[in-house]
Design a protein around this ligand. Sequence first.
Ligand code: BG6
Length: 465
Amino acid sequence: MKQNFKFDKDFLWGASTSAYQIEGAWDFDNKGKSVQDVKEVFENTSDFKVCVDHYNRYKEDIKLFSEMGLKAYRFSIAWTRILPNGKGKSNKKGIDFYHRLIDECLKYDIIPIATMFHFDLPYALEKEGGWSNPATIDAFEEFSRIVFSEYGEKVPYFLSINEQNVMILHGNVIGTSLEQEKQWKGLYQQNHYMQIAQAKATILCHELAPNAKIGPAPNISPAYPKSCSPEDYLAAMNATAIRNWLYLDLSVYGQYNFQAWNYLKDRDYLPHIEDGDMELLKQAKPDFIAVNYYNTMTVEENTNKEESSGEYGDQQIAMAEEGYYRQVNNPYLKETDFGWEIDPVGFRVTLREVYDRYKLPLLISENGIGTYDKLEEDGTIHDEERIFYYEQHIAQLAKAVEDGVPVIGYCPWSAIDLISTHQGIRKRYGFVYVNRSDEELSDLKRYKKDSFYWYKELIKNRGTF
Ligand code: BG6
């Protein structure tokens, strides 16, 4: 396979991680507990206490990222390191850690891209109702103020909230909905509050860190109709409105998507909206959209009353909504070992669709494949499947750029092995292998996978291969 399109020389070839999946040191240096620290993990998967110990090994890791040629590193800031209780007294040790991390990136000319909130709500706030309590909006504003005042001069790109849509639709799987909220109506109220919090952070960023840019980071999956029947096409429109545009229309235009609104109304899930909320949402103008892309959906008409998300708590939530859509497998697509459909062309479709709707620059903040990688006796890891996956996706990314989509950068998931949201470390994503398993911590030694050398070469050649 060949890819001849040369990306711009300023294109941000990067890689991503998130604090709770990589740092470990869950109770070091006054860090407070987050919902991820207290959630019950799935059977036979690691917890998040040590992860790959990036908190203590960040220098070694960033040196490796630099060796790989990364131009950018997307990480997340743990709210509980900065404000152990989610609000109130701040923690200097936590604030200093991210200064050191950012400075380390800058030392190697790696542009830091910071996510402000990646699934790790402070547990102290969760106990007070989490995102169901509007006071969490004030706490996020307080946290944002510290983030922008401390790091706003050094960090040119902030991502406000990672995958808000996934937190609402699949929060029980990733552990962001604990005991507080299990009802759809309540979740859509949380969604509204989170959007308000995000809007406030966006406005604050422009005020306190005028040189920085900020954008939301949803997970976008376009929906294909299963057949060319008009009913299936309509089902695809419903599915994308409920899964994607509900969130992005609020983040970018400050308004509820009318199709999603009708669904919320029909199901009696409408949120309570305070006076001034919609004006505030409109006032917040993101500078770009960060897109996490893994796969697409395929849907068909659904007239079966039995097939609906119904009560919250079932892992199949949001797979089917009676009267709207039912998700089905796509026979044209292969799957990863973990059952995720692989759709490189869908990547191009996503980028075109998102840009067409919002006309904002895009930053790819996640894209990648979870695989069972094997450390060989001689310290090598032959992850050809990952290389093949990236080749196919980068080729489509190049086509999207040639189509006219302005893409600032590509930060695949993940820079280094880390703990998956609910499938442990056996589901590996990194360019760098970390020697540990779900059962044993071992020595946590780092090894370069074949994809590490491949990505290095690709970056050097500005995306051609
Ligand atoms: C994204 C998240 O949904 O997908 C990451 O932002 C996550 O936190 C990644 O790790 C891959 O998903 P998973 O469930 O395989 O870890």
